[in-house]
Design a protein around this ligand. Sequence first.
Ligand SMILES: [Zn+2]
Length: 222
Amino acid sequence: MPIPDHKTTIMVHTLATKPNWKYHNDAKGAVEEVRKWHIHDNGWSDVAYAGIIDAGGRWANGRDRDLDGDVWEETGAGARGWNKNTIHIALCGGYGGDANDLPRDHYTPAQMAKLRQKIDEIQTEAGRKLAVIGHNEVANKACPCFQVKPWYAKKTPRDITGSKTIQGAATTTVGAVGTGVAALSQLDGQAQILVVILSAVMAVGLFVVFRSRIKDWANGRR
Ligand SMILES: [Zn+2]
C-alpha cells in the first residue's frame, strides 16, 4: 500500500501491558482488545495505531476506518499534534517501563526485528526517509520505554561502553601510557625527550584507530 505524501514520521509506542496479558503473543487479539479500549473507553473512532506487534514478532493491522486494508493512509491517535503526519506503531509489553530503558528490558528480539522490518517496509514503500521517533520525544511520557532514535541507528546509549572493540582500544591505550611512564622514569636527559616524542606519536596513532573504531561502531560495523 502506498505511503501518502503527507506522512513524515513513524512513531513507536508501548501498550504498557504485562507479559502475562492475554494478548501478549497475539497481535490480532491485541488489536481487537485495544480497539475496544480506544473506542469504548476513550471515545475514539478506532484503535489509535496503524498496527501492533506482539511478543512473538507478529504484526496485525490496526486503525482502518474505511476497512480497505490500507492502514498507512489513516490519521491515527497516538500523540496530540502528531497524528495527521504520523504512522503510529505499538508494541505489546512495556508495563512499568521508563523512557531510558533498553528495548530488551521489555521486548523480545523477534518483536524488535519485526519493528525494524516494518519501518524498513514503510521507508521502501514511501521511497523517502520518514523520521523514526518514540512517543517520549514529543511528550513527557515513558512510551515506548526506550530511546527509539539510537535503537533505529543500531545503537543504544549503554551499548557504547559494552562494545568489545571500544573496550579493547581503551585497554590498549591505558596500557601503552602506563608502560611509557614507567619506562621514562628509568631514563635521563635526552633519552627522556626521545621517549616522550615517540609516545606522543604512538598516542596520536592510537587516537586515530580509536576514532575510526567509534565511527565503524556508529555505522553499525562492529
Ligand atoms: Zn505512546
